[in-house]
Design a protein around this ligand. Sequence first.
Ligand SMILES: O=C(CO)COP(=O)(O)O
Length: 219
Amino acid sequence: MTDSDTLILVNLKAYPCDPVEIAEACATVADDTGARVAVAPQAAHLAAVADTGVETWAQHVSPVEHGSHTGSTLAEAVADAGATGTLINHSENRLKLADIDASLAAAERAGLETCVCANNPAQSGAAAALGPDAVAVEPPELIGGDVSVASADPAIVEDSVAAVGAVDADVDLFCGAGVSTGEDVAAAGELGATGVLLASGVAKADDPEAVLRDLVSGL
Ligand SMILES: O=C(CO)COP(=O)(O)O
């Protein structure tokens, strides 16, 4: 990857890390290098993370509007807290097809950038048909592991790029699972991805800033 628009999205999931410390490291590395680095914390930490100045994403928005929806993650509330984008249908928070569509509508209503996650090329193409800004292919069996999707299963990335491009050339294809080094980022770019999603490589690191500097070296 050589494009500074390429996204490195750090999903903090529910890891026991300090979201503000990681957000500050991401903001520092983004400022120093011009790389696009974003953080997706727990919903309750969105405002604190956004206050660091880093690009902030939600991990999920619910397929609802304002109203009687206890326990939901309202897209407008996420945007008010400072998020500018959201994941939808992450492998660890799968939705029904109609709910992916309604979550996309909610995110668009709130002005959020959208990335729908998928397991494989067929799902990637189907997700692209719903018109998100991006689709992220993340093979569930590689999530949380040490081997990056781009080296363990390059065909899944290339085939997802093709599947998404065949449906809608305006939809970006990101990839994720096991990404933790600049080499992994470079390999993903060579396969046609314009962004990477990663979690454990940064959230579990002793020195998140050092990992981030290595990651952006692959752009
Ligand atoms: O699920 C992921 C990002 O959304 C990937 O997680 P890991 O980077 O821990 O494999």
